[in-house]
Design a protein around this ligand. Structure first.
Ligand code: NPG
Length: 368
């Protein structure tokens, strides 16, 4: 694999409506794309960092810096035989997993396009469509939330995830159950908003038959989650805490998680994501694919990952129009609650040039 260089492109994509979580409100997504140019083909990667370090320690300007000054030159100098060597070359550099994931994704896409193989096939997908779940943000009042949930159910989403925080939890879940019944697959996501002192409060969610409670406590509080899992009957699912196959193994062993949300960016790439899938499967732990409000580029790879056999719960893989009026690629749509897995070479999708140009805020070429 002969790398000629990388294009770093920033794209500003307005959201169709504000998306509020316990860590803040997003009204638009500033996406960093990487286009890897090799002598055999080009490939795209999407970096899932946010503008500020509120979800993880990473943020987009830091990703641009570490990629430009350290990761891309290191990869250029490494004479890679394939994208599977990216993680090894970048291993001496600590952290920055989302930046690592983005460049690995771009090189993997280039390699697979050159060889005519799809992400789905490369990762080991066994389905050609995956069930679509949707994540519903925190709102000012319950009636508005109920309208939003109703609209998503009408669109066919097969599972609802409610964002929660102290003051927007028990009553909200109760209202959704009362309006839509006990059969709707429902789960909640706290994004670290609680502490172990809230254990009895969180146990009040048990009566609602939720699929899981996602990341109630701080990222580093693995023991707290293990303690909480002994108090609360609803399964605990870790997101932020799981940053590698190693932390996944520890969380499973400790009983801190009985279901895992796999986000490729958070764990350093799709290849590490597959390792976590394999590990979880070996322990009988179900996994599902998380989302980070990706454009069609990141979404394409997520859908491929979600088609692996251990992804037995619906993921946050929603249609393009859940977040964007205009997507960078052909829009992803859901049909009867399912999304088709792209089958073309590499990601199977590319940005539409006119849309990409219109939404681009900056472009930088890094020769290596
Ligand atoms: O469907 O892409 C999606 C969004 C799903 O809620 C979602 N993502 O905490 O899981 C999360 C949350 C998130 C979004 C986290 C953006 C970080 C960035």
């Amino acid at each position: 694999m002969n790398i000629e260089g990388f294009e770093l492109r920033r794209v500003a994509m307005p959201l169709v409506s504000p998306f509020r979580t316990s860590f803040g409100t997003q009204t638009s997504r500033d996406i960093l794309l990487i286009r890897a140019v090799t002598d055999a083909a080009e490939g795209w990667g999407e970096c899932v960092t946010l503008p500020t370090p509120v979800y993880s320690p990473e943020y987009t300007d830091a990703a641009v810096d570490v990629l430009t000054r350290i990761f891309l030159p290191a990869l250029g100098a490494a004479r890679l035989s394939g994208a599977h060597e990216v993680a090894e070359v970048l291993h001496p550099f600590k952290g920055h997993r989302m930046a690592k994931a983005a460049v690995e994704m771009a090189l993997l896409d280039a390699e697979l396009r050159a060889e005519g193989r799809s992400f789905a096939r490369e990762l080991g997908a066994v389905h050609d469509r995956v069930p679509s779940g949707v994540s519903v943000g925190i709102m000012d009042e319950i009636p508005r939330l109920l309208d939003a949930v109703g609209a998503y159910l009408d669109e066919g989403y097969v599972r609802i995830k409610l964002k929660i925080e102290p003051g927007w939890d028990i009553d909200v879940v109760r209202a959704v159950r009362e309006r839509f019944g006990d059969d709707v697959p429902l789960q909640v996501d706290a994004n670290t908003a609680y502490t172990l002192r809230d254990a009895q409060h969180l146990a009040r969610l048990d009566e609602f038959g939720l699929l899981l409670i996602e990341q109630p406590l701080e990222e580093e509080d693995m023991l707290g989650h293990a303690d909480l899992a002994r108090i609360v009957k609803t399964p605990i699912c870790l997101d932020e805490t799981i940053t590698s196959a190693q932390s996944a193994a520890a969380a499973i062993r400790l009983g801190a998680t009985s279901i895992i949300n796999i986000k490729p960016g958070r764990v350093g790439g799709y290849l590490e994501a597959r390792r976590i899938h394999d590990l979880a499967a070996a322990h009988g732990v179900p996994v599902w694919c998380g989302g980070m409000v990706e454009s069609g580029i990141g979404r394409a790879a997520n859908v491929a990952l979600a088609a692996l056999p251990g992804f037995t719960l619906p993921g946050d893989v929603s249609a393009s129009d859940r977040f964007y009026r205009v997507d960078l690629t052909e829009p992803f749509v859901i049909t009867d609650g399912y999304m088709s897995v792209p089958q073309g070479p590499g990601l199977g999708v590319t940005p539409i040039p006119e849309i990409l140009d219109e939404l681009t805020t900056s472009v930088e070429w890094v020769a290596v």
